[in-house]
Design a protein around this ligand. Structure first.
Ligand SMILES: NC(=O)c1ccc[n+]([C@@H]2O[C@H](COP(=O)([O-])OP(=O)(O)OC[C@H]3O[C@@H](n4cnc5c(N)ncnc54)[C@H](OP(=O)(O)O)[C@@H]3O)[C@@H](O)[C@H]2O)c1
Length: 304
């Protein structure tokens, strides 16, 4: 297949592109800058120059290829006070590509996150692929994508855990938590730290995106999750070991000050099952789990 990949130059995209190429696919990657275009060309992909807001360009690329994997997201806007800009652009891109693919049976794989299940109040039991949320930021794009199955698109949604980890994870939630621990001199967790976060290695995630493009049935919600729920205290302890700083409980009322914009996330309990996804895709993670990956040490090199 010739696959259109948005976000091809990002953390996860830069693993998805070689994964696709090594499996014999061709890649047309969206790049908004010279730097991203050069990185994609060096990886062996064709380049579609343009921005996520260039809906004509997205439509043309989706039409010209055999399937689309959508990873681009305006994280800068999301985390600098304009989340609506990021969420609306994502929805517009999904609607545009979805309409372009109607009636083609081509695969269209988009990206959401498992944390939405915790925000929706699913805690104390594993969230599953069968948990459908009524709506909200990013959930509207998820539900619109699933609905495309009825109009002849082999659509699927990858729900990623908040920690997608590897040596190429340079600015996700993991590096952010490590940066906070480095700055504060303490690796924190909220309360007793028994709340859990799921995780997956970037290379395992990349393989799941390829498999979703190749074989996910139309209308699939997929949990690309290896560790179903790591206690946050264990995450903090691994960060403390890596940085050689103490680990400490942070009172819930101090979480926003300590963890900055992550203050609203760090006490969530987000346990997630991926049984349905493993069965549907024939996918099993093979790369190190979160704590083993942190213990390899690559996250803790002193920044230049
Ligand atoms: N990483 C995680 O732990 C995690 C967890 C849950 C969900 N997710 C979701 O997974 C997806 C991929 O995440 P990631 O970690 O790979 O993100 P990332 O490293 O921040 O990469 C984002 C990608 O989107 C591109 N992009 C941003 N704004 C754009 C615009 N206006 N026009 C065109 N392209 C634009 C970036 O291009 P440049 O290279 O030019 O900047 C980059 O290729 C996102 O939807 C993210 O929210 C990630």
């Amino acid at each position: 297949m010739r696959v259109f990949v948005t976000g091809a130059s990002g953390h996860i995209g830069s693993a998805v592109v070689p994964e696709l190429l090594q499996a014999g696919h061709q890649v047309l990657g969206l790049a908004r800058s010279e730097e991203s275009a050069a990185a994609l060309e060096a990886a062996g992909a064709e380049v579609q120059r343009g921005d996520l807001d260039d809906l004509d360009g997205l439509r043309a690329a989706a039409t010209a290829t055999d399937g689309t994997i959508h990873l681009a997201f305006k994280h800068e806007a999301m985390f600098s006070g304009d989340p609506a800009a990021a969420i609306d652009a994502d929805r517009a891109a999904v609607d545009t590509i979805g309409a372009a693919l109607a009636g083609t049976d081509k695969p269209f794989v988009i990206t959401c996150g498992t944390l939405a299940l915790a925000f929706a109040g699913i805690d104390g039991r594993p969230g599953t692929e069968e948990d459908v949320l009524p709506g909200g930021p990013r959930i509207d794009a998820e539900n619109a994508t699933i609905a495309l199955a009825a109009s002849g698109v082999r659509s699927s949604v990858v729900r990623l855990p908040p920690l997608v980890h590897s040596s190429i994870d340079l600015h996700g939630f993991g590096p952010t938590l490590i940066g906070i621990a480095r700055e504060k001199g303490v690796a924190g967790y909220v309360g007793d730290g028994a709340n859990r976060w799921p995780a997956v290695h970037t290379l395992d995630a990349a393989r799941a995106y390829r498999l979703a493009g190749e074989r996910a049935p139309a209308g699939s919600r997929l949990h690309v999750v290896a560790d179903g729920g790591v206690p946050f205290k264990e995450i903090a302890e691994a960060i403390g070991r890596g940085l050689d700083v103490p680990t400490a409980s942070i009172a819930p009322e101090d979480a926003a000050e300590h963890f900055s914009f992550l203050g609203g996330f760090v006490s969530l309990d987000n346990v997630v099952s991926s049984d349905i996804t493993r069965e549907l895709l024939g996918w099993e993670p093979t790369h190190p789990g979160l704590i083993a990956d942190y213990d390899e040490g690559h996250y803790f090199a002193v920044p230049a």
